[in-house]
Ligand binder design. Structure first.
Ligand SMILES: Cc1cc2nc3c(=O)[nH]c(=O)nc-3n(C[C@H](O)[C@H](O)[C@H](O)COP(=O)(O)OP(=O)(O)OC[C@H]3O[C@@H](n4cnc5c(N)ncnc54)[C@H](O)[C@@H]3O)c2cc1C
Length: 359
């Protein structure tokens, strides 16, 4: 470096000149770091310079010729154009609006406010505005209702699944509550003589009106393990005089805690306070997460899970402390019935995976 400076017209190089020359000729210099520190307090040359263009999300559908071909082959000719137009429009909406909301959900993670300012236990789950918008978009776009509006037209499921495929990787994981919501709607639809309460829930789950649209949870996993539901489930259900039940238990991994309702498994306690162990002892229950006054249905949100990923998704450990619920399966048929929900939510999970790979 000293030799290099000597080449300049004047030996009386100012400090500024030294900085500039060093920046321009860093690669040519052999001066060690200590010597630089002495003469140059800071140099941008040390930071280097690297930029790259921001990725731009295009129209998901236009870029996916395979999906277009599948749709063309499987959707009746008279409906094809309507479906394609809807998917093209939705893909534009994803690129121009929804993808940013998805990022927002990642940045502003949910949290639980356990107590209010006056010391009352409230367990209020706080989610960001973008997450709430995802709820409204899901209703408006018919992301659940499309699969139920005309049950005899099977191709509508394909339309729905295509939308979910386009949506999932930009949804900030709102795809997860939708998976369980779809499963819950399927459970209710399969119930032979649903009560008015269940029919109302079905209408909410499949509504296109954001004000009325509900999402559902699916609470199976307990502390002893997720896969082994048969021996892992410790939650008990105590029958009340009116035929309803009170649930007592601890649900270990419950996603979408902001859901309006849930299906869950529990063991009915008999008059002698005994339960049947194994799968045969498990029944399926329907519950609404809030009472009429807006407080939780004897549910405590103990904590949100501290996950490695999917942090934008409010997944919690829940204490059911006398939660009011209705049994919707025959005694001991809980696993068989909730499997209908699992089948649907598993299809969604596969869809989410390929959506993310595609993106
Ligand atoms: C992000 C996230 C969200 C979740 N949300 C929900 C939710 O909303 N509701 C809910 O109910 N649960 C939820 N879960 C829990 C999830 O369903 C369980 O993690 C899953 O059922 C697996 O159970 P486990 O974690 O106890 O693993 P385990 O059942 O202990 O399994 C651990 C390993 O052992 C293997 N294994 C298990 N049994 C056997 C066997 N018999 N033979 C051979 N191998 C076996 C498994 O394949 C796995 O590799 C969520 C989990 C995650 C990560």
């Amino acid at each position: 470096m000293q030799n290099f400076l000597k080449k300049f017209p004047t030996q009386r190089t100012t400090r500024v000149t030294r900085i500039l020359t060093r920046t321009a000729y860093t690669k040519a210099t052999t001066l060690n770091d200590n010597e630089f520190e002495h003469t140059v307090p800071f140099s941008s040359a040390r930071l280097g310079h690297f930029t790259q263009p921001k990725p731009k999300l295009g129209n998901f559908l236009k870029q996916d010729q395979t999906l277009l071909k599948i749709l063309e082959k499987n959707i009746p000719k008279q409906h094809y154009q309507t479906v394609e137009d809807d998917l093209l429009r939705f893909s534009e909406r994803i690129a121009s609006e929804i993808d940013d909301l998805g990022f927002q959900c990642e940045k502003e993670k949910p949290y639980v406010q356990t107590f209010d300012a006056w010391g009352n236990r409230v367990d209020q789950l706080v989610t960001c505005e973008a997450w709430k918008k995802m709820h409204n978009i899901s209703a408006e776009e018919g992301l659940i209702s499309l699969g139920y509006e005309n049950p005899n037209e099977e191709w509508r499921r394909l339309h729905q699944m295509s939308k979910l495929y386009i949506f999932a990787s930009s949804s900030g994981l709102y795809s997860c509550p939708l998976a369980m919501t779809d499963g819950a709607a399927t459970i209710i639809r399969r119930i032979e003589n649903p009560t008015s309460q269940l029919l109302k829930a079905f209408q909410n789950l499949t509504s296109r009106n954001p004000e009325e649209f509900w999402t559902s949870g699916q609470w199976m996993t307990e502390k002893k393990g997720g896969s082994d539901v048969a021996s892992g489930t410790e939650t008990v259900a105590v029958e009340q005089d009116d035929g309803s039940y009170r649930l007592h238990g601890y649900k270990w991994f419950s996603s979408a805690t902001d859901s309006d309702m849930a299906f869950t498994l529990a063991r009915v306690v008999d008059k002698q306070n005994n339960v049947i162990e194994g799968t045969k002892g498990l029944s399926l229950f329907y519950l609404e997460t809030k009472k009429n006054d807006g407080s939780l249905n004897n549910i405590q949100i103990i904590k949100l899970k501290d996950k490695l990923g999917t942090r934008q998704l409010p997944t919690a450990e829940l204490l059911l402390d006398g939660t009011s619920a209705v049994r919707v399966s025959e005694l001991g048929r809980g696993v068989a019935e909730i499997s209908n929900m699992l089948t649907i939510s598993r299809i969604h999970t596969a869809l989410m995976a390929i959506s993310n790979m595609r993106k």
